[in-house]
Ligand binder design. Structure first.
Ligand SMILES: [Zn+2]
Length: 241
């Protein structure tokens, strides 16, 4: 696997221990071009960076070395981890994003991501449930890498987790809202086990977290409403942990 080195000044100068790396966070760049994205991720004024950037041809560019904390996650939470920059590797995929014309990720790009992901999982013993999108860890602020990101394919390649269920069986459940309190409780508990941090007390946060979950695991319908299908998927996911 070829990695090209580039340099971003946007990282903490203090080295971190290898064992602090627990999570892999996937982003899209959300900018007009690859050039602009790299410029921004390397501009000291932006205070943004990631460890890697993968362009649409599948070229992997290292911007910050793994042993340093890069600045890509912002205010975030996953499992028992908070402010995830400290505990994660950030990977940016070049894609214009929802703002400038969201497109499918390129095959070569995803193949490179799988290779890189496998290497990182092995090197840092990253738990597969900790391979997440920016939206999963910061649902109030972020929607990247978005619903076009092929999570299912990645999981098939053993980079991440996925559920197994019969879509036809579940279709009839799709729009049936979950009303029972204990079902809702069970759903939250299951998603907490996967890693989602959420509170049922803050309504907006609850809706946005459901959206993040749907964007990742049930992209066919992203509406922030807890329905029977979400319930079943969440339960199924816990079997994969
Ligand atoms: Zn992001």
């Amino acid at each position: 696997m070829k990695v090209t080195n580039f340099y971003s000044p946007n990282f903490n100068r203090k080295k971190r221990p290898e064992k602090s790396i627990k999570i892999m966070i996937i982003h899209y760049t959300g900018m007009q071009s690859e050039r602009e994205s790299i410029k921004r991720l390397c501009n000291p004024i932006s205070k943004l960076s990631s460890h890697y950037l993968i362009n649409q041809k599948g070229k992997i560019i290292r911007l910050v070395q793994d042993k340093y904390v890069a600045w890509h996650a912002g205010k975030s939470c996953w499992g028992r981890y908070k402010s995830l920059n400290e505990n994660s590797i950030g990977i940016e995929l070049v894609n214009k994003g929802h703002q400038f014309g969201y497109t499918n990720f390129k095959k070569k790009q995803i193949l490179s991501l799988v290779k890189l992901g496998k290497r990182l999982i092995k090197k840092y013993k990253i738990n597969k449930k900790n391979i997440v999108g920016h939206s999963d860890i910061a649902p109030l602020r972020k929607i990247d890498p978005g619903e076009k990101f092929p999570w299912k394919y990645l999981a098939k390649k053993r980079v991440g987790i996925w559920h197994d269920y019969e879509p036809n069986f579940l279709k009839k459940f799709r729009r049936t809202k979950v009303l029972a309190k204990q079902d809702k409780k069970r759903f939250v508990k299951n998603l907490n086990r996967v890693g989602y941090c959420f509170s049922t007390k803050k309504k907006l946060f609850f809706i946005k977290t459901i959206k993040a979950f749907q964007r990742h695991f049930r992209k066919e319908l992203i509406n922030g409403i807890l329905d029977q299908e979400c319930l079943i998927i969440a339960q199924n996911l816990t079997k994969k942990l």
